[in-house]
Ligand binder design. Structure first.
Ligand code: RFL
Ligand code: PHB
Length: 389
């Protein structure tokens, strides 16, 4: 078997890459270890930056997003019991859209299958060889038979726990945080239209949503938290305490999903090894406080698709040679923003009062100074693809 681009992973990065390549007339095969059902229902990100939405529109993937996505014109920072709105439209003239990552994945899978795309789910024992000049991906199909896929290029879009990053020895920058997020999805109508990031003496909380019927909520918890210690009533009590602000009410409802997610910052450099190109979580992780992970994955594959299109058209290696550096500039900007939001909003486990006072000072400055609020708005809504920084 042969294809031009062998893609590992059917997350947002791998699926969008396959779609962008197909638009340029380039063949690809997407290999995924999980089932289609599983990847379509994995609850993850919810915030699409403005440049992400523009790209999805440009490449014909936004019909349902434009119908069901929820455009937001700002977010709130909530501290000392007061809600402070950051008005994105006023500050930077663009907003964000709340639309679940699994919806993006469903739309991408539907579009690829409708166009005759080759997606192979439930593969196992994936291995890479020949990465210097003639890559081969070997894997076991769902039928138990072993296969070899020869390709010109491999795109490692297989997430943080995938195999592609292990095919070489990138330099790694890694930081774990001394806290995690306990996230719930609740069948409860949101009581407010926009997200609220709350800093409270008990710890961080985040108010988000997925639809007019579903609320998505997070609490800062210790990294070793066992969800069994958090019955629903304890979660609602704690959310009520941390999110409290004048006039705010919290709608409670049945908890549909509950999970603990660790927080880390991670970058692998470079994002290329011979004919292997990493994209998305395979190359970098941000803590979720800046809502950047899926957006970075999408920005990476846009750069990769453009470079591959030029290369396959005989335009030389320039784009491919620049791929890693181009992506890493945006990645490090997002790493900084995500680290900054995380450090400003989460309580240090030792309760250090010096740190707490610095955080409150930074929060007050961010909401009081137009310059500081603009910086948050510019980063949160997404810097233009290919622009500066
Ligand atoms: P994915 O989505 O992890 O997809 C990788 C796929 O590769 C498969 N795989 C393999 N396939 C083939 N061969 C192998 N050997 C393989 N090993 C693994 C996996 O099964 C999987 O299907 O990576 P991708 O495409 O790079 O996308 C990245 C995003 O998923 C991630 O950055 C975001 O979910 C992060 N994130 C958020 N990002 C945002 O932009 N906005 C948000 O609001 C946001 N909130 C979040 C988040 C992540 C969270 N969790 C659970 C980590 C909130 C949370 C709680
Ligand atoms: C979400 O809705 O899941 C969400 C929103 C904002 C974040 C992280 C997650 O920063």
């Amino acid at each position: 078997m042969r294809t031009q681009v062998g893609i590992l992973g059917a997350g947002p990065a791998g699926l969008l890459l396959s779609h962008l390549l197909a638009r340029a007339g380039i063949d690809s095969v997407v290999l995924e270890v999980r089932s289609r059902e599983y990847v379509q229902h994995r609850v993850r990100a919810g915030v699409l930056e403005h440049p992400t939405v523009e790209l999805l529109r440009e490449v014909g993937l936004a019909d349902r997003l434009d119908r069901e996505g929820m455009p937001h014109e700002g977010v709130s920072l909530r501290f000392e019991g007061v809600d402070h709105r950051i008005d994105f439209i006023d500050l930077v003239g663009r907003g964000i859209t709340v639309y679940g990552q699994q919806e993006v994945v469903k739309d991408l899978i539907a579009a690829r299958l409708a166009a005759g795309g080759d997606l192979r789910f439930e593969v196992s024992d994936v291995a890479l060889s020949g990465l210097a000049d003639a890559p081969v991906i070997s894997y076991t199909g769902p039928d138990g038979a072993r296969h070899e896929l020869r390709c010109d290029v491999v795109a490692g879009c297989d997430g943080f726990h995938g195999i592609s990053r292990a095919a070489y020895r990138p330099e790694v920058f890694d930081r774990e945080y001394p806290y995690a997020w306990l996230g719930i999805l609740a069948k409860a109508a949101p009581t407010r239209h926009e997200l609220a990031y709350a800093s409270h003496d008990n710890g961080f909380a985040l108010y988000s949503m997925r639809s007019p019927e579903i609320t998505r909520l997070y609490l800062q918890v210790p990294p070793d938290t066992d969800v069994a210690d958090w019955p629903d009533s304890r979660i609602w009590d704690e959310l009520g305490t941390r999110l409290a602000a004048d006039g705010f009410t919290l709608n409670e409802g049945p908890v549909l999903e509950k999970g603990v997610t660790g927080m880390r910052s991670f970058v692998a450099e470079p994002m290329r090894h011979g004919r292997l190109f990493l994209a998305g979580d395979a190359a970098h992780i941000v803590p979720p406080t800046g809502a950047k992970g899926m957006n970075l994955a999408i920005a990476d594959v846009r750069v990769l698709a453009e470079a591959l299109t030029a290369w396959f058209a005989g335009g030389g290696e320039t784009g491919l040679d620049a791929y890693s550096d181009t992506c890493l500039r945006r990645v490090w900007r997002a790493e900084h923003f995500s680290w900054w939001m995380t450090s400003m909003l989460h309580n240090s486990p030792d309760g250090d009062p010096f740190t707490r006072r610095l955080q409150l000072s930074q929060l007050r400055y961010t909401v009081a100074s137009r310059a500081a609020a603009t910086s948050l708005a510019e980063n949160y809504t997404g810097l233009p693809h290919g622009g500066g920084c």
